[in-house]
Design a protein around this ligand. Structure first.
Ligand SMILES: [Zn+2]
Ligand SMILES: [Zn+2]
Length: 189
């Protein structure tokens, strides 16, 4: 049986709606779930194979997107949030009861500062942007995935329309490099 990449990917992608206005995300607690309200659709939604992003049980990849941080509000049970790793670039806020990550925020100087990282599968609403690409694909090996299975994983991702990268996608890598060049003064800001 083919491994599960992610529930939002395994059976093909469901396209989002361009005018989707946002909605609510909730952790997996059956009582008093933490609730996050997003004031717009997300952007750059993608499958991520890194070891840090939250993944549903049994999935090889997370599905993670960004949203401007002023569009994100904690609207219920925020007292259950705790930062997973305070030394990480992205401060990931997880539910201390069920372990689900509600959002990640960057506080230090970084090209993606001002954007929060979220998982739209935590919403029961439809219309969120569908995954656009797969990032850090080779990183699943670092978490114990058999390298012999990588051709199958990459073929499966491509078969649903996701280009696969072992870092981020070229537009995002270009954005990071541009920010770095501007900081260094070799490109105009
Ligand atoms: Zn929870
Ligand atoms: Zn990741």
């Amino acid at each position: 049986m083919a491994p599960s990449l992610h529930p939002l990917i395994d059976n093909g992608l469901v396209k989002g709606q361009a005018d989707f206005p946002g909605g609510k995300l909730r952790c997996h607690c059956s009582s008093n779930p933490i609730e996050i309200t997003l004031g717009s659709n997300v952007a750059h939604n993608h499958a991520c194979g890194c070891s840090k992003c939250w993944k549903p049980k049994g999935a090889l990849f997370s599905v993670v997107a960004v949203i401007p941080k002023d569009k994100l509000q904690v609207t219920a049970n925020g007292d259950k949030l705790k930062i997973v790793d305070t030394s990480a670039t992205i401060q990931r806020y997880a539910c201390k009861d069920c372990g689900v990550h509600l959002y990640g925020r960057i506080e230090k100087e970084h090209p993606f500062k001002g954007l929060d990282f979220v998982h739209v599968e935590l919403s029961d609403q439809k219309g969120w942007q569908e995954p656009q690409f797969a990032a850090f694909v080779s990183s699943i090996i670092e978490q114990g995935f058999d390298p012999k299975g990588m051709d199958e994983v990459r073929s499966k991702l491509r078969s649903v329309g996701l280009e696969t990268y072992d870092a981020l996608s070229p537009p995002l890598m270009d954005a990071i490099a541009t920010w770095t060049a501007q900081k260094a003064g070799v490109l105009p800001a």
